[in-house]
Each structure stands twice: as structure tokens, then as C-alpha cells.
Ligand binder design. Structure first.
Ligand code: SAM
Ligand code: SF4
Length: 335
């Protein structure tokens, strides 16, 4: 039975308790799968949510059942008022976390600790300096590695996000897993997803099955343990026996996890997206600025959510550029 009393429950009775907020469209990297080399045509600043607006919208979501908020972007740590935003959000009854490329992380660690932002998702697609420069189009490898190591040393719970691209970094899968031997981190391999202009095709995809085959070819079968996934987890979790950390695959393309989806996204310019793959958005910033109630818009957006992947329920549909190019890229949606 569908719960019609809660605005965050959709027509498939999925309860949306996890809000991901993109705070900024811009970034200090230019990852090839995410952003064009010249950067994005940015939304004018006047149309980007102010810190106060982020807080107001988040407050409405929390009052209606959101219990987790993740801040993302673009690169959230380059937003000038990021500390004020975190300070305000920390007053809400919600678990706060952040996704970052770690370039500016060192200077923020004491602050993040003070406000209980202890869970960090960090992007790192390769363990090789030259490949890092190639994929991000910037030369920050050493800084990022140093900052990741510092965060681990300081006791943060670190997950590394690796977008796998065939022929580029699929030969580093085992090297990444070996990082979990002595460190209680989580390595998350993400299937490369199609977005507007990122030149996606099926041949570049390293699928969940391929990843697990590579792992099983390298370790003995009984060493590879399938461990329990957390409720609403988007990843399939594994561990190598006796290793301190674990690894996971986020298989949004070949094995979507839509049945248990509890996520809703807010873009930096105040649009709600009911699914990462959705081609449509609902503006809540304009009504908020007019002093209107945003709850009916949130409810309607959730009611319109497709059962699977924004309606792209087959690989063929995902390959159809005319469908996914309507969807803007990750940096403006907030990955
Ligand atoms: N700048 C921060 C970072 O890189 O961690 C936060 C924003 S970034 C858009 C969030 C996540 O989206 C990153 O882990 C990135 O790897 C992932 N991402 C971006 N484009 C992607 C794509 N085409 N397929 C899969 N993951 C993607
Ligand atoms: Fe920036 Fe993150 Fe996109 Fe890379 S993945 S360009 S770090 S927003």
C-alpha cells in the first residue's frame, strides 16, 4: 500500500530519506567523463541557491523525513561559503557527509571533524600520477594522495570512488583492492554512466560481472567474500578475507538498484531531480524565492518518479544518445 501521507514517498512506496545537494557547478578538476575541457557554461550566480536557501530547502526535506544529506557538486570545497553552509546544516537532525576530489581537503579536516562530517567519499580514478593528469586534466595527484592519507590518519571514514573506463584503469582494479589490506577504507568501483556530452558508449563500460571476474581470477575463490549490503545501499559489497577494508561495485548501468532507491537530488540552481538518470527537473528555487510552499512540488516530483533509471530501463535505451543527452552531466546534477 502506498503511503500517501508522506510527500517523500513515491508511487512505488519508496521512501526518500537521502538528499544529495549539489552546492556548486564549477570544479577545480576537469575529469574527462564528467566535464568538458573548457569547463561548463555556468548558471549565473543569481540563479544558484544561496547558503540560506540551501538551509531552508534542506530544513523542509528534513522535516518530512530526510535523515541523510550528502554535499556534492562540482567541487563542494571550492564554494566560498561552504563552512557557513555546513555549520547551518549541522543544526538539523540529519547525518551529513560530503563527496570531494580532496584537493582542498587538508585545510578542511579539522572543521569537518568539529561538525561531525566524518564520512568522506573521495574520487580517485587511478594510482598513477601520469594517468591522473590525463583523466583529470590537472596535475594534483600528489596533493590528493597526501590528503587522502591524512584523512585516514585523522580517523575519517573514507570511501574512494573509482569510475572504471575500459583500457584506461581497469588494469588497476587489483591495485585498488590491495589498498584495503591494511587500511579500513572502502573502494567503490563505479560503472561509467552516460551523461550529456561525455562520449559514453558500451565499449568503455567495465561491467559488474567483468570486475568480479577479474577479482576472482586474482584471488582464491574462498578469499573473495560477498559481505552484507547496508539497507538502500547502491553498491554490492565484497571483502578479501582478513583484509581490513572492503570493496564494492556501483552497477547503475548493468544492475540498477532502483527497487530500494531512497535518493533525491537537489541541483545547485535549486531543481529537484527524482533520479540521476531523469531527463526532467522541478524548480523549487523560484517558488521558494516567491515565498510559496515548496512541499507540493516535492510531492509531485516524487509521484512522477519512474520505477527504473528515469525510464531508461534497458541498455539499448541508455545507448540512445537522444535519451541521455537530455540529462545534464554529473557535476551539475551532483553525483
Ligand atoms: N567533485 C567531487 C568528486 O569528484 O568527488 C564531487 C562531485 S562528482 C560529480 C561525484 C561523483 O560522480 C564522483 O565520484 C565522480 O567520479 C562521479 N561521476 C562523474 N561523472 C560520472 C560518470 N559519467 N559515470 C560515473 N560516475 C561519474
Ligand atoms: Fe570535478 Fe568531481 Fe566532476 Fe571530477 S568528477 S570534474 S572532480 S565534479
Amino acid at each position: 500500500m502506498q503511503d500517501k501521507t508522506n510527500i517523500l514517498t513515491d508511487s512505488f512506496n519508496r521512501k526518500h530519506t537521502y538528499l544529495r545537494i549539489s552546492l556548486i557547478e564549477n570544479c577545480n578538476l576537469r575529469c574527462t567523463y564528467c566535464m568538458p575541457e573548457e569547463g561548463l557554461k555556468l548558471t549565473p550566480k543569481s540563479q544558484i541557491m544561496t547558503g540560506d536557501e540551501v538551509y531552508e530547502i534542506a530544513k523542509t526535506f528534513v522535516a518530512n523525513g530526510v535523515s541523510r544529506i550528502r554535499l556534492t557538486g562540482g567541487e563542494p570545497l571550492i564554494r566560498k561559503d561552504i563552512k557557513d553552509i555546513i555549520k547551518n546544516l549541522a543544526t538539523l537532525d540529519v547525518s551529513l557527509s560530503i563527496t570531494t576530489n580532496a584537493i582542498r581537503l587538508a585545510e578542511f579536516l579539522p572543521f569537518l571533524k568539529e561538525y561531525n562530517v566524518n564520512r568522506l567519499n573521495i574520487s580517485l580514478d587511478t594510482l598513477k600520477q601520469d594517468k591522473f593528469k590525463h583523466i583529470t586534466r590537472r596535475d594534483y595527484y600528489q596533493k590528493v594522495m597526501d590528503n587522502i592519507n591524512l584523512a585516514i590518519k585523522e580517523g575519517f571514514f573514507v570511501k574512494l570512488n573509482i569510475v572504471l573506463i575500459k583500457g584506461f584503469n581497469d588494469n588497476e582494479i587489483i591495485d585498488f583492492i590491495e589498498l584495503t589490506k591494511d587500511s579500513a577504507i572502502v573502494i567503490r568501483f563505479i560503472e561509467f554512466m552516460p551523461f550529456d556530452g561525455n562520449k559514453w558508449n558500451k565499449e568503455k563500460l567495465v561491467s559488474y560481472d567483468e570486475i568480479i571476474k577479474k577479482v576472482e581470477a586474482n584471488y582464491q575463490k574462498e578469499q573473495v567474500l560477498r559481505i552484507k549490503d547496508a539497507p538502500n545501499d547502491t553498491s554490492k559489497n565484497y571483502q578479501i578475507a582478513d583484509y581490513k577494508g572492503s570493496f564494492a561495485v556501483i552497477s547503475s548501468v548493468t544492475n540498477p538498484f532502483c527497487d530500494s532507491c531512497n535518493r533525491i537530488r537537489l541541483t545547485a540552481n535549486g531543481q529537484i531531480k527524482n533520479c540521476l538518470f531523469s531527463a526532467t527537473e522541478s524548480d523549487i528555487l523560484t517558488p521558494l524565492r516567491k515565498g510559496e510552499d515548496i512541499r507540493p512540488i516535492i510531492a509531485k516530483t516524487l509521484q512522477n518518479k519512474f520505477k527504473v533509471r528515469g525510464g531508461m530501463n534497458t541498455l539499448e535505451k541508455l545507448e540512445d544518445a537522444s535519451l541521455h543527452t537530455k540529462n545534464r552531466n554529473m557535476t551539475t546534477i551532483g553525483g
